[in-house]
Design a protein around this ligand. Structure first.
Ligand code: A2P
Length: 336
């Protein structure tokens, strides 16, 4: 029988997209439960043209639920995931709470679907950069093992939630009116600016929490626990799609043509690589799209050995970076 699905954090930036993904993909539903904070209880969200009433999340919310999609932050996941599992639900968790737990699979369906088999009630949905990057890296890695990765990211507001997206809109409007704007959600002015990712900074290493997560999760998803990864994560004034420059070193020479063929045939990817038109992946084209865009595939002239390629990737943070990947995991659960 069709599963009863709960969305925890249904009113959030990701929660709303979870609802849209379930709707647009025709996910078979035996019932739908929308959960959020008491502030939202009693309000409604539309699903297939019908209003569904939002309930306040409690430990009792999961009776009869088969699949619980969590997207209300780590604190809520840590506090309520156990109650959901106890009630018999499988949790697909979008937060970072359990991603590095050995008995919690960290899954990108195009990359490591098989790892789902070992789950014990909780499955982790990766960090958005790790999910989007590995969709592009895994097909290359399968053909030619990756020896080293260097990444610079250009991350959208959506990764910091609906309030950060609103702050980008409001601060941009204020800037254009010539008014001053005091940031409330993000630590720095966002309009016509960019800044080092706002995750907690480790003063000792100089790396922030986003960078640390992307490194650890990329290694885990690719199954390369020792892969050397250098990374700089930057927040840019884009609403909902992340972009990233990836420099990938292989064990052997990989030609641009080979890389194009591999990436052009890989699931979840779309090649956008038109040198003549100077047309490459852009957040504006990636926004609202399920596919991750990949292009600017070229030899990295910074590596004289010829064994490195440079790529540019863009993917919708709210879709492949969050909601879509979670719903794809739920679809894999149904198949099993
Ligand atoms: P609410 O809208 O009622 O505050 P975002 O990532 O876009 O900031 O969204 C966070 C999501 O987490 C929202 O759906 C929010 O609901 C939900 N949330 C925040 N605090 C709680 C809580 N204490 N219990 C349940 N859901 C919560």
């Amino acid at each position: 029988k069709a599963p009863v699905v709960a969305i925890v954090g249904a009113t959030g930036a990701v929660g709303v997209e979870l609802l849209r993904c379930l709707e647009s993909r025709g996910f078979p539903l035996g019932g739908l439960k929308l959960l959020a904070s008491p502030r939202s209880a009693g309000k409604t969200l539309d699903f297939k043209g019908e209003p569904v009433t939002i309930e306040a999340l409690t430990e009792e919310s999961f009776a009869g639920v088969d699949i619980a999609l969590f997207s209300a932050g780590s604190g809520i996941s840590k506090r309520y995931a156990a109650a959901a599992v106890k009630a018999g639900a499988v949790v697909v968790d979008n937060s970072s709470a359990f991603r590095m737990d050995a008995d919690v699979p960290l899954v990108v369906p195009e990359v490591n679907a098989a790892s789902l088999a070992g789950h014990r009630g909780v499955i982790a949905n990766p960090n958005c950069v790790a999910a989007i990057a590995t969709v592009a890296l895994a097909p290359l890695h399968r053909a030619y093992p990756i020896r080293r990765l260097t990444a610079a990211t250009y991350q959208a507001a959506s990764g910091a939630g609906a309030a950060a997206m609103e702050e980008l809109r409001e601060s941009t409007a204020a800037y254009l009116r010539g008014e001053s704007f005091e940031p409330k959600v993000l630590p720095h002015p966002y309009a016509f600016n960019l800044f080092s990712h706002n995750a907690d900074m480790d003063e000792e290493t100089g790396y922030n929490g986003e960078e640390t997560k992307v490194v650890a999760e990329t290694r885990r998803i690719l199954g390369t626990p020792e892969l050397p990864i250098g990374i700089t994560c930057i927040r840019v004034p884009v609403l909902r799609a992340h972009a990233m420059a990836l420099t990938v070193e292989f064990d052997e020479v990989v030609t641009v043509e080979e890389a194009r063929t591999i990436l052009g045939n890989a699931p979840g990817l779309r090649l956008v690589d038109n040198r003549a038109a100077n047309y490459f992946p852009m957040p504006s084209d990636a926004s609202g799209q399920d596919d991750v865009l990949v292009g600017r595939i070229r030899q990295d002239i910074g590596d004289p050995s010829g064994k490195s390629l440079a790529l540019f990737v863009a993917g919708d943070q709210l879709l492949k970076g969050a909601a879509l990947n979670a719903v794809q995991i739920a679809e894999l659960l149904l198949k099993r």
